[in-house]
Each structure stands twice: as C-alpha cells, then as structure tokens.
Design a protein around this ligand. Structure first.
Ligand SMILES: Cc1cc2nc3c(=O)[nH]c(=O)nc-3n(C[C@H](O)[C@H](O)[C@H](O)COP(=O)(O)OP(=O)(O)OC[C@H]3O[C@@H](n4cnc5c(N)ncnc54)[C@H](O)[C@@H]3O)c2cc1C
Length: 436
C-alpha cells in the first residue's frame, strides 16, 4: 500500500491529512501518517487572541489522535529531525515528557518509511540577527509563546495596578515590533481587552496605568504588504484607539526594558513582542540535500514537488513556490488551504498514475481584524476591476468566517457548527478573558 507521510499538522498539513485520510485511507488505497511535535492543533491566526486571553484555547484545539481516528489516518507525535532519501525514511526524534524536551524519554527515535513525503512544517519568527531580540522579545509562533505573552502581560498589569494604588507608577508599556497583520491585530486586540481587564480589576481605571502600546514598523506604513487604502484605514483606527505607530523605524537592539531604534531613540518597555518577518524551520536546510532558499523554504515546482526529489512535496509557509513572474506565493493561511486542496487532488492522481497538474494561487484579498466589530481589508476578484475595499461589520463578519472555513475543512460542517454553538455558550458562561 502507498505510504504517505505528512510532517506538520498546521493549516496546510492537517487539512491535507484529513482529506487524504477520508479518501485514500478509508478505502485502503494508501496509509496516511501525520507527524507533529505537538499533541494538538491550534489555527495559528488565533494566536494573538490567545496572547491577550480573549480566546479559550481549550475550546479551539483539535487533538490529533482523536482527529486521526475519525478521519482514517495515523498520528505520530514527534519532531522531524533527519531524512534518508535513499532509504525513503523520515526520522522522528525521541519524545520526552515535556514539549520543551525535558523529563524522561517517553518514546525513542523512530524512522517512518514513505513512498511520498509531504513537508508542511510552517514558519518561525525571523529575528534578522537583531541583538537581544531572541532573548528579550517574545515571538508568536506557538501556543506556548502566546501563553507566555498572556502571563507576562497579566503579571505586569497586576504589579503596576498594585503600585498605582500605593502612589506613583507609570503605564504598562507594550512594544510590538512589526506592523504587519500579526502586529496590527495584536495591538488592536490588546486595547480592546484592556476594557475587560478593567472590569476584573487587573488594570485600574487610573489613566496613569493605561496601557501604552507602541507599534514599530521598518516600512513606511502599517500593513506594508497590503494596498495603501487598507493601510490608511487601519492607521486611522489604530490612532483612534490610542496606539502609537512608529513607521520607518528600524530596531537595532532589544534590551530587557528598552528597545533601541536606528535613529538613536530608546523606547522604554515592560513587554516586547516580535512580529516582524518569518523563515522556515532550520531543519529543512539539513534534510539530505533538499534545495531550500535563503529563508530555509523548500524550493518546489508548480506541482509542489521538491526541485531535488520528486517523491517529496512541500506546501504552506515552508514552501517556496512561484506565483507569477518573480513573485512567490505569500505565507498565508489562504495559500496553505489552496495548496492543501491542490495536493489532495495531485496525490490521488499520483497514486492512479495520472499527471499531477499545476498549482495556481488565487489571491482572494486580505482582512485584518481591529478588535470588536472592526476589520479592514481588500477582496480580490469580486469586481471586474480587481479589488474592492471592505471595512466595519461586513469585514469583521468575513474575517470570522475565515476560521469557520478552516474548521469546516478539517472537521466537517456538522462538527464545525456544533463547535461554534458550544463556543458561543462558553462565552456566555465564562469571563471574556482568561485570568489564570
Ligand atoms: C499570530 C498570527 C496571525 C496570523 N494571521 C493570519 C491571517 O489573519 N490571515 C492569514 O492568511 N494568515 C495569517 N497568519 C499566517 C498563517 O497562520 C500561516 O500562513 C499558516 O498557518 C501556514 O500554515 P502551515 O500549515 O504552513 O504552517 P503552520 O500552521 O504553522 O503549521 C506548521 C505545523 O508544523 C509543526 N512542526 C513544525 N516543525 C516540526 C517538526 N520539525 N516536526 C514535526 N512537526 C513540526 C508545527 O507544530 C505546526 O503544527 C498568521 C500567523 C500568525 C503567527
């Protein structure tokens, strides 16, 4: 039986494993194996909500083991550490008690044999070698990091509030580096949640302790990858929220309580979050000679096959695939979804001995959430002229539907609907912010 090993159960890998499991695994035409270093899946675009405590992560996680059972594939927990292309074996490192690799060994190193290997390892934050950035700024790549941001924020707020009741204190200072979609959404969500924290006494209503949010961007405007109109609109909303945007400013060093800019300014900070730039995991550059680009993405052809090995495919953030001319497919959830849909059909064709076809990315536009009831964005392909601009409640509704679409793609309509209802009930019964 054809063995398909998919490494990485994120937006791309989980959708692909689910579809292949239900088509090829169920009928016994292939054995589909999904490998991920975590036991659960969380859709990455939700991480900024986890970081400010506005999302109940338990209600929004998918346990791979159960999901695999329901969708006819096998789940293997562990981290891809090496590859033997000659023997067609993917090597998964030992599993330890804690996700950070501490405690006793639970499972030893394993090798998984494949006929087709799919790499869907996603991306990590790129700190661009800025001194102090990795040590003192927190990235938002994983659930653990998002939880770290949340806990640190709560501690700083509680401390400043206590100091405020005894006399003089300053504001809680949050610095976000990178005003792309992640940075902008995080800044807006923070401001929104501040009002809820006030209700629970985590932050006082004392204007002296009000959060001071600085959003630093090296480019000349917020959301530099999106149309000017979307940037302008987001800038207006951010300023109305009292968020300071520092555009055209490069960060040269991060210290424990200070961020240094190229113009010599130092921004005092209590918590620094790095949301600028991505690169694919370093392991990809040492996988038995597979060709990668300068940010470790696997170089793939239009059929998403590795340029080096036709039995290996890559998709999502860890793949470098041409979109048009010199422009590459962007590292976005919608690209991950479209590539998963393409590879599902291409792998069914591969097993039947039919041609794979060519992947064509369609940009449906981008939506940015700016807190409750506000989102801005542009939608492509809606009008003849190309893009239309949406904002306000319509944009917010469309933004929320992106996650629902992901849930329907991996869990099916019935489960996604039930999860939405359960979530709605949970929001009524529990506080709107996670405080522990
Ligand atoms: C805070 C935030 C907000 C975002 N918002 C948006 C948005 O609004 N719209 C949008 O289009 N995009 C957004 N993105 C980008 C989007 O999340 C990614 O483009 C998308 O998740 C890429 O999917 P992927 O499957 O390639 O990678 P991921 O979803 O990152 O999944 C990668 C998986 O690989 C696993 N993995 C990694 N290394 C290994 C290893 N060595 N062994 C085993 N498993 C491994 C990880 O555990 C993970 O499960 C956002 C990203 C972030 C961080």
């Amino acid at each position: 039986m054809h063995r398909i090993v998919i490494v990485g159960g994120g937006a791309a890998g989980l959708e692909l494993a689910t579809r292949l499991g239900n088509r090829l695994g169920k009928s016994g035409r292939a054995h589909v194996i999904l490998v991920d270093r975590s036991p659960t899946h969380v859709w990455k675009p939700l991480l900024h909500e986890v970081a400010v405590g506005s999302l109940d992560v338990n209600a929004n996680q998918i346990a791979y083991a159960a999901h695999a059972h329901w969708n006819h594939f096998t789940f293997v927990q562990g981290e891809l550490t090496a590859l033997d292309r000659g023997a067609r074996q993917a090597i998964v490192g030992p599993l330890f008690e804690t996700e950070a690799g501490g405690g006793d060994e639970v499972l030893p190193r394993r090798s998984l044999e494949y006929d087709t290997l799919i790499l869907a390892l996603g991306s990590r934050t790129h700190f661009f070698g800025v001194p102090g950035a990795e040590e003192y700024a927190i990235a938002l790549d994983t659930l653990e990091q998002a939880e770290r941001v949340r806990k640190r924020l709560l501690q700083v707020c509680v401390k400043k509030t206590a100091q405020g009741s005894e006399g003089e204190t300053g504001p809680v200072r949050v610095t976000i580096i990178g005003a792309g979609a992640t940075g902008v959404e995080l800044a807006a969500e923070l401001r929104r949640m501040e009002h809820t924290w006030e209700q629970f006494g985590v932050v006082s209503r004392n204007p002296k302790t009000r959060m001071r949010i600085n959003l630093i961007e090296a480019g000349s405007r917020v959301l530099p990858a999106l149309p000017q109109m979307v940037s302008d609109s987001a800038q207006v909303v951010l300023e109305r929220m009292g968020i300071t945007v520092l555009a055209s400013k490069s960060v040269t060093r991060v210290r424990p309580h200070e961020v240094e800019l190229a113009d010599g300014r130092a921004i005092p900070t209590d918590i620094t979050i790095w949301a600028a730039g991505i690169r694919a995991p370093g392991i990809l550059a040492s996988l038995d000679g597979i060709a990668v680009n300068r940010i470790n993405q696997v170089r793939v052809s239009r059929s998403l096959q590795s340029e080096t090995d036709e039995n290996i495919f890559a998709l999502g953030d860890c793949a470098s695939c041409i979109w048009t001319g010199e422009v590459m497919v962007p590292p976005r959830a919608q690209a991950a979804h479209q590539q998963a849909m393409f590879l599902f059909k291409a792998l069914c064709a591969r097993i039947d001995g039919r041609p794979l076809g060519m992947f064509e990315y369609r940009d449906h536009g981008s939506l940015i959430s700016l807190g409750s009831s506000t989102a801005v964005g542009s939608l492509a392909g809606v009008t003849r002229s190309g893009k239309i601009f949406v904002h306000g409640l319509i944009a917010e509704f469309m933004y929320a539907s992106l996650y629902r679409k992901h849930m329907v793609a991996v869990s099916g309509l019935r489960r996604a609907l039930l999860a939405t209802i359960a979530n709605g009930i949970g929001r009524i019964l529990s506080p709107r912010v996670k405080l522990h």
